[in-house]
Design a protein around this ligand. Structure first.
Ligand code: CA
Length: 228
């Protein structure tokens, strides 16, 4: 999952970047509202964290312009603790949730994960499709109750596909969500990773969890269990 952090306080920005990367996100950062607006319009994001108090372009204005440009990914705002007006204005401008400063990183992470789940149409942190169960909190995957050993990139691909189970995801989208801007992109890498993921999920070649749609991309094909 690819996240943009727009925050002018350097220490806070660096800390969020490091901890989000540790949590498995691909992280872009911007230091003010102008940079943030550019990045938020140009980069293929899954979610954005936007501080409301920003130099150059205020956070509220960044959010209004993104929504006016029909950018629909979830936005989490950072607000001052005792300013309820900020929270209300932020939500009215098009943000989806807020965290008040100072915050614990775990709260930011939990809210981001909840926003991403809901954007994918899931209501619980555990994604179940047939015998495949992916826990977004533990970053763990089980098939028929047995734990799978996945590399970071394999996990990220599977999480992206399962969050949007049933949708076709292009190779370009997967590549852009997995790597930073400066990483050399090669769609063959995605093919290799998906191949390995298939063998781990389905060693007997019976389940066929990931479909390839020629020229269009991949689709997680096992039906969602939405009863849990
Ligand atoms: Ca600020």
């Amino acid at each position: 999952m690819r996240v943009l952090v727009v925050e002018d306080e350097a220490a806070l920005r660096d800390n969020l970047k490091e901890r989000l990367a540790d949590a498995g996100f691909t992280v872009d950062v911007a230091r003010d509202g102008k940079e943030g607006l550019f990045a938020a319009l140009e980069y293929p994001l899954d979610v954005a964290i936007i501080d409301l108090g920003l130099p150059n372009v205020p956070g509220l204005e960044v959010i209004r312009r993104l929504r006016a440009a029909r950018k629909s990914y979830p936005i989490l705002i950072l607000t001052a603790r005792d300013n309820w007006q900020d929270k209300v204005e932020g939500l009215q401008a098009g943000a989806d949730d807020y965290v008040a400063k100072p915050f614990q990183f775990e709260e930011v992470l939990a809210r981001l994960q909840a926003l991403l789940r809901r954007a994918g149409g899931w209501s619980t942190p555990q994604l179940t499709c047939g015998p495949v169960v992916l826990d977004t909190r533990a970053q763990a995957v089980h098939v028929n109750g047995a734990a799978l050993e996945l590399t970071t990139f394999e996990y990220r691909i599977l999480e992206h596909l399962m969050l949007r189970a049933g949708d076709v995801i292009s190779k370009t989208e997967l590549t852009e969500r997995l790597y930073d801007q400066d990483f050399e992109r090669d769609s063959n890498v995605i093919e290799v990773l998906v191949g390995r993921l298939r063998r781990k999920l389905d060693p007997q070649d019976k389940l066929r969890p990931i479909e390839t749609l020629r020229g269009r991309g991949y689709r997680f094909a096992l039906p969602r269990d939405t009863s849990s």
